[in-house]
Write a protein that binds this ligand. Structure first.
Ligand SMILES: Nc1ncnc2c1ncn2[C@@H]1O[C@H](COP(=O)(O)OP(=O)(O)OP(=O)(O)O)[C@@H](O)[C@H]1O
Ligand SMILES: [Mg+2]
Length: 612
């Protein structure tokens, strides 16, 4: 058959025949990849730079349809598996990281690591074992998740570190052979081939056994397991390496300098690790991922805790970040650490929150509430029935006021003299002043009574790094002036709440801050606190002076702060936007008449204190 030189033919419609084609022809690859093409001959052209090929185009392009080829998986050369370890920086550590991570994610509390040398000088082998007491795997999970490339049972699980389904490439494939024993199943493998066997007994959890070679880069060591364990913080897991117990307790405190991202936080360890002085650590859920160099001059170890899902932000081998923002933010803090060794790693010291429980438990509060309600019912018939209706609203009957006074006073008598009782109880005089208001409705009145007998917990929070509040602010050692301030704050908040018809339960307390005069906060548990910064502000800056109840100015400021924070609470508004401004206007209108009562409320507090 004649060989034609490939001229202006359109490759997709080329006629059967033999063609001479040069490799620098743009159609070369299209031509040779046609299903009906076959290279008959090829040789280098004289200039040595390209190839000339004779390609035969068969007559029947469709021949494969009549005889479709069976689908085959790409073959894998065993050397492919042994190269997997090269994807990991210091794979010797990472083998343990992957094994431990799977165990920890499976809920293990006991992880036993063993490295056993066997054979003689000419034929040495290492048996590496990681045994856990986690939830183990059923057959389906082993076969479809653990023994499948990319298989992972953790994609949607929060709090799990894995999710790449990649670990087996390092855990199993590169080694001489491997065995998994879980439940009553034993799987023995070599590369990506394996056989299943029935186990002689049931194994709770998983035992992973891998045989590794003797060369320096062929096996992992005891020290590698210890590295991973001691650079992590997994306090609930007991680790044993070749019979010796190791603690995974490298705890950290938050530092003042933080990466500018919500995907990671920086901590500093309380101690260093010998031989690991010049490095920082990246961890996920407390487990060591990789290290970064920071140079000498550090006693403690900076720790970057990744808080975003690792599958989103870490590289597949978990040796680096693939999230650009995170990488940038972490690079920046590392740079800061290196330049400004001491201050960047300063602990966020003394940041704390303390809660002093109110006198009564939730249950008792409810029962004391109904106790008062029934008392009121008994004395004035139906509590919810207004006793006097005026033009401006409903006014509590003299009897109710008297009664509230008695009830409050009784509570004071019964309360003993602990801080909690003092802060919880209310004097009859204060109660009376608070309840002499015009109620807008019966439910307003009911809410008011509930607020009146509410016994809040006391709360202290410091958010100034490195500052430690004086002992006079703590209930155990509180000075009488601060006592008065705490109590005044509580009663003003209570009074505002009563006037505004608030029904929420709240705590009161102090916040130590450079930014806030007072703060409303709702925590994760739904507890609400209305906190006062006991230090006055001047020209927008916090001073060293505390508010006192003997100053009318101070009292008015406290009252205004209470109105502001109660508006946040009652309207559930956290921002100072238009909705808040409008709610504030109403709140001020509502609470304006109350200003006249502040003095009476404070007098009541004084008398309560004197009686103590
Ligand atoms: N020790 C173990 N105990 C219980 N289940 C395990 C254990 N090891 C592996 N598995 C199961 O096998 C699955 C695959 O594990 P593998 O380590 O390959 O992937 P992964 O942990 O999900 O993701 P990654 O590649 O990020 O580690 C896991 O999701 C888990 O369901
Ligand atoms: Mg894993």
């Amino acid at each position: 058959m004649q060989v034609k030189i490939l001229d202006k033919e359109d490759v997709s419609n080329i006629k059967p025949g033999r063609y001479l084609v040069s490799s620098d022809d743009p159609r070369y690859f299209s031509l040779i990849s046609l299903p009906n093409s076959k290279i008959l001959d090829s040789r280098s052209a004289e200039d040595g730079r390209h190839t000339l090929a004779i390609v035969e185009i068969g007559a029947n392009k469709m021949r494969q349809v009549s005889n479709p080829p069976e689908t085959k998986a790409m073959g894998m050369d065993p050397s492919f598996f042994s190269s997997a370890k090269r994807e990991y920086v210091t794979w010797q550590d990472k083998w343990w990281r992957e094994a431990i991570q799977n165990s920890v994610d499976a809920g293990a509390t006991d992880i036993i690591c063993k490295i056993i040398r066997s054979g003689n000088d000419t034929d040495t082998k290492y048996t590496i074992i990681c045994e856990d007491n986690g939830k183990g795997m059923d057959r389906e999970t082993v076969i479809e998740k653990f023994l499948a490339f990319g298989g992972s049972g953790k994609r949607d699980e929060v709090g799990k570190t894995g999710g790449f389904g990649k670990a087996k490439e390092l855990l199993l494939l590169p080694w001489i052979n491997w065995t998994i024993w879980t439940g009553d199943l034993i799987i023995k493998g070599k590369g990506n081939t394996y056989v299943e066997e029935r186990a002689p007994s049931f194994k709770q959890g998983v035992v992973l056994v891998v045989t590794m070679g003797a060369g320096a880069d062929d096996h992992t060591k005891e020290s590698n397991a210890i590295n991973v364990i001691t650079r992590s913080y997994l306090p609930h897991v007991k680790f044993t390496v070749n019979g010796k117990v190791y603690r995974s307790d490298l705890e950290g405190s938050k530092t003042t300098v933080q990466p500018k991202t919500d995907k990671a936080e920086m901590y500093v360890s309380s101690r260093g690790i010998e031989g690991f002085e010049e490095y920082g650590i990246v961890r996920v859920n407390g487990l060591y991922m990789h290290s970064f160099y920071i140079g000498e001059g550090f006693e403690q170890i900076p720790i970057i805790e990744v808080t975003a899902p690792s599958i989103e932000v870490l590289s597949v081998s978990r040796d680096s970040f693939r999230d650009y923002d995170l990488k940038k933010a972490v690079d920046e803090v590392i740079k800061k650490i290196m330049i400004d060794k001491k201050s960047a790693l300063k602990k966020k010291e003394n940041l704390f929150i303390r809660k002093y429980k109110g006198r009564t438990s939730e249950y008792e509060r409810d029962s004391s509430l109904s106790e008062i309600e029934s008392l009121i019912h008994k004395n004035i018939g139906k509590f919810s029935q207004p006793t006097k209706i005026t033009k401006t609203g409903i006014v509590l009957d003299e009897t109710v006021v008297q009664l509230l006074k008695i009830v409050s006073d009784q509570k004071v008598q019964a309360g003993g003299d602990s801080f909690e009782n003092f802060i919880s109880n209310i004097s009859g005089e204060s109660a009376e002043a608070m309840m002499e208001i015009d109620f807008q409705s019966e439910s307003h009145m009911e809410a008011a009574v509930k607020s009146l007998i509410w016994q809040p917990s006391f709360y202290i929070e410091n958010e100034i790094p490195g500052y430690y509040p004086d002992q006079k602010f703590f209930p155990e050692t509180m000075s009488s002036r601060i006592y008065m301030l705490a109590k005044t704050w509580l009663e003003l908040v209570r009074f505002v709440n009563i006037q505004m018809g608030g029904r929420d339960r709240f705590m009161v307390g102090f916040i130590f801050s450079r930014d806030y005069k007072a703060l409303y906060r709702r925590d994760n548990e739904g507890d609400q606190m209305i906190l006062l910064n006991p230090f006055k502000f001047k020209d927008g800056k916090v001073t060293n002076d505390n508010y006192t109840q003997s100053s009318d100015d101070d009292l008015r400021t406290l009252y205004a702060l209470a109105i502001h924070e109660c508006t946040h609470m009652i309207h559930g508004l956290s921002y100072h936007d238009e909705a808040f401004a409008s709610a504030m206007t109403d709140a001020f209108a509502m609470c304006m008449p109350g200003v006249k009562k502040i003095q009476r409320i404070v007098n009541g507090i004084r008398r309560l204190k004197d009686r103590k």
